[in-house]
Design a binder for this molecule. Structure first.
Ligand SMILES: Cc1cc2nc3c(=O)[nH]c(=O)nc-3n(C[C@H](O)[C@H](O)[C@H](O)COP(=O)(O)OP(=O)(O)OC[C@H]3O[C@@H](n4cnc5c(N)ncnc54)[C@H](O)[C@@H]3O)c2cc1C
Length: 502
């Protein structure tokens, strides 16, 4: 009996629990559905589509090499699945659980309703440490580690043939997705394997130190994020391959071990942040700590928003980071944080809108990581230490030679190195805009507004709710659980918690 195997954000054959299960149930019919309505959402983009398309085509090649095929259909998922049910007589549907945006969540609910109505059994399996229907965060890390600690599943050696028609593979133009990203990463399993290998053997040695800088980080970071997001590599494969490299390097003193340990932590953060969206889908649009709702205007100031979104704020390091992101589809973690922090604090823009702009620009858009981080860098979780990045200091620290800033802001060519991050102090440069805000004054005003909310009655009980539902149990001291800062932080004073990166 055929079993429909629905590929979603899991475009690989290795370590694929859904494929393994479909094989146990019967002859798998691998299916990928291009969903035009998804590509009309305002948090997705052409660069993501292009990466996905390459990955789907590579998957089809891999399936064909095993004797199977990938049935590619376009349209509404329920309509496509119903047509496939009618064509094949399948009564089983297998896929992985997806922690996606509100649109994919609603689509999955529709598919579940269709499956029930048609008597189709839909089995959804986990492919990472994210737990569905989690009742408590206690012992979550142990459960996650147990999942990623298992050996990855091997790909099958052969698959039964499939004889079903496919639709033409749509192009970005078909969906009206105009998005030039000249330095975008390429999709496909082979690229994921090559990146993991080069990170483990050449690029990753200096990862721990270099990850914070946008130039060096582009090589020293793994660059696996779009592959993990679209599933050309599983997080378990990344964890296990890294663990085996760590074992091989044990006893050496080259910097490798520290870097690989940091990398493993980030793979764990991935699951940790995705679990938050799995547990509370509303965090895509509502402040995690409810007291912050309505603090910023719902509609962004158009001039500020436009300047930020295009990289024309007049603050060089912010503009260089934004322009680089527009051209490459990638930015290192610290600079993503700074872009978000500048939008949310200095420009006082609503994170729901600026977060969508960044989501579109990231080839690796992963809603669970993205919305959790967006809120963290906007100060709306209510439980994390606030960090207001100073873009002038970040520019000097993370781009000391000015090479990155000069590459992306050529208008600053005549500004001397010493004033590169503050060109408004230089008489010469006219091509570059003046700063859109007074950077230190805007940071202070944002800090005061956020801090005022933290002093309100009832802040602590809501923060306690957020901690209980979402916080890592590893270091509860780091979180605010009442109206005062946690014990460790109290020693250094509440104001120090509102870290102004001046
Ligand atoms: C505002 C903001 C939005 C972000 N949005 C996304 C997003 O949409 N998709 C995305 O994959 N990452 C996002 N990140 C997290 C992080 O910046 C990227 O994962 C990282 O820069 C990707 O590059 P890399 O693969 O070379 O990372 P590496 O440093 O090599 O890390 C390996 C993997 O670990 C995970 N990871 C790394 N850092 C984090 C983190 N801080 N939190 C959770 N997981 C992490 C990612 O899956 C990453 O691919 C965001 C960060 C911020 C501040």
């Amino acid at each position: 009996m055929p079993t429909l195997l629905w590929f979603k954000r899991d475009l690989r054959l290795s370590d694929h629990p859904a494929l393994r299960h479909a094989l146990e149930l019967g002859a798998p019919v691998p299916v990928y559905i291009f969903e035009p309505a998804y590509w009309q959402q305002d948090d997705v983009s052409g660069r993501q589509f292009a990466f996905l398309r390459e990955s789907v085509l590579a998957l089809r090649d891999d399936l064909r090499a095993l004797g199977s095929d990938l049935v590619i259909r376009c349209g509404d998922a329920v309509a496509v699945l119903e047509a496939l049910r009618a064509e094949t007589g399948a009564t089983q549907l297998v896929s992985h659980e997806e922690t996606g945006n509100a649109w994919t969540f609603a689509r999955d609910q529709s598919v579940a309703g269709w499956a029930r109505a048609r008597g189709v059994e839909w089995v959804e399996l986990p492919q990472s440490g994210v737990k569905r229907r989690l009742d408590t965060r206690d012992r979550w890390a142990a459960k996650r580690n147990a999942f990623v600690g298992q050996a990855p599943l091997l790909p099958p050696r052969a698959l039964p043939p499939v004889d079903l028609a496919s639709d033409a593979v749509p192009t970005a133009d078909d969906y009206g997705l105009q998005d030039t990203c000249p330095e975008r990463q390429t999709g496909g399993r082979a690229q994921a394997e090559a990146l993991l290998h080069s990170f483990h053997t050449e690029r990753g040695q200096d990862y721990r130190r270099a990850m914070s800088t946008p130039l060096e980080g582009a090589t020293a970071c793994s660059r696996l994020s779009p592959h993990l997001a679209f599933g050309t590599l599983s997080v378990r494969e990344a964890v296990q391959e890294t663990a085996s490299r760590q074992r091989a390097l044990r006893g050496t003193r080259s910097g490798w071990l520290g870097s690989l340990k940091s990398f493993q932590s980030r793979l764990a953060w991935r699951d940790h942040f995705m679990q938050k969206l799995e547990d509370e889908p509303e965090l895509e649009w509502r402040c995690l700590h409810r007291a912050y709702e309505g603090l910023r205007p719902a509609m962004p100031d158009p001039a500020r928003y436009d300047a930020w979104a295009k990289g024309e704020t007049g603050v060089p390091f912010v503009d260089a980071c934004m322009r680089s992101l527009i051209a490459t589809g990638w930015l290192n973690f610290r600079m993503r944080s700074m872009l978000m922090s500048f939008a949310s604090y200095h420009l006082w823009l609503p994170w729901q809108r600026t977060g969508k702009h960044l989501a579109r620009l990231f080839t690796d858009y992963e809603p669970g990581i993205h919305w959790s981080q967006t809120q963290m860098q906007s100060g709306t979780t209510g439980i994390n230490t606030l960090r207001i990045y100073n873009p002038i200091k970040q520019g000097s620290d993370q781009d000391p030679t000015g090479a990155f800033t000069r590459r992306w802001c050529p208008e600053l060519a005549d500004v001397p190195d010493a004033l590169l991050q503050e060109p408004w102090k230089h008489d010469g440069s006219r091509a570059y805009p003046p700063p859109i805000v007074d950077v230190p004054a805007a940071a202070r005003s944002a800090r005061d507004a956020i801090w005022a909310v933290r002093r309100e009655a009832g802040f602590g009980s809501e923060a306690a709710r957020v901690v209980k539902k979402h916080a890592s149990r590893k270091d509860p001291q780091r979180h605010f659980v009442n109206d005062r800062a946690p014990r460790k932080a109290r020693k250094s004073g509440d104001q120090r918690q509102m870290k102004l990166d001046l």
